[in-house]
Design a protein around this ligand. Structure first.
Ligand SMILES: [Zn+2]
Length: 247
């Protein structure tokens, strides 16, 4: 997604062809869901201007997780006055970015080395500043089930697997589910389209990713907004079923 693109009333998608972040509007104030790559800072003000907004209109950044392609412009938004919120289990890696563990070992990525999409993604990430992750300290934390006191009042649903503190965010009034990297609609290693789990070597615990689909399935929404790939106009139940069928 490049943006800003209006996906639903008051819901805007931004980012690049590989990496998405979002702005949700309520009562003239904005919540950012994730914050893309560090290089997105270069066009942050232009993106906001295209929406008739500026940094100080962003009241909060809610992170689905702490990976570096989701936290890029957090510090810029915070300088503009935004609060930063993340699940407690990802607060440590947000404050001190480090290599992922568990299933997410470089060895598990070896089978993907012949894949051109993976190399394009890597180049995009490096150009986007992901090789120099930026620490974000002092974030507020939330827990599973919390309804966050930010514009749009999203409910956080803890869906560990991609990271220990990964959450999907349900904005009930917009009928939108922000899936983070619990689900994607573009496989960043193979280029395959369609709703699916993130590829094996990018998740710290693939069994947990599958179990987390059980928590996504009953949620009530009309559109699924992933960290990677186009929005999917499908219910969380359909998305979860499709992702399971591919395993
Ligand atoms: Zn991601």
């Amino acid at each position: 997604m490049k943006g800003p693109v209006e996906i639903a009333p008051g819901v805007h998608g931004l980012g690049s062809e590989y990496v998405n972040w979002y702005l949700v509007e309520e009562g003239g104030r904005l919540t950012a869901v994730d914050a893309g790559l560090p290089a997105f800072a270069k066009h942050l003000d232009d993106d906001l201007r295209a929406l008739g907004r500026r940094r100080s209109d962003v009241a909060a950044v809610v992170l689905t997780h702490s990976d570096i392609d989701h936290t890029g412009v957090v510090n810029e938004l915070r300088e503009g006055g935004a609060r930063v919120l993340v699940h407690s289990a990802d607060e440590g890696t947000l404050a001190r970015p480090r290599q992922k563990t568990g299933d997410a070992s470089p060895r598990n990525a070896l089978p993907y080395l012949r894949n051109a999409t993976m190399w394009r993604l890597l180049a995009h990430m490096v150009r986007g500043g992901a090789a120099r992750p930026r620490a974000v300290t002092g974030a507020e934390t939330f827990e599973d089930g919390d309804v966050l006191d930010v514009p749009g009042s999203p409910r956080a649903v803890h869906t560990p697997g991609h990271t220990p503190g990964h959450c999907v965010l349900l904005f009930e009034s917009a009928r939108a589910l922000f899936a983070g990297d619990a689900l994607c609609t573009f496989n960043p290693l193979t280029g395959e389209r369609g709703t699916q789990l993130m590829p094996f070597p990018l998740n710290v615990d693939n069994e947990a990713c599958l179990t987390s689909l059980d928590k996504i399935e009953p949620l009530d929404a009309d559109v699924l907004l992933p960290g990677h790939g186009d929005p999917a106009r499908e219910t969380p139940a359909a998305a979860a079923a499709r992702a399971r069928s591919l395993r």
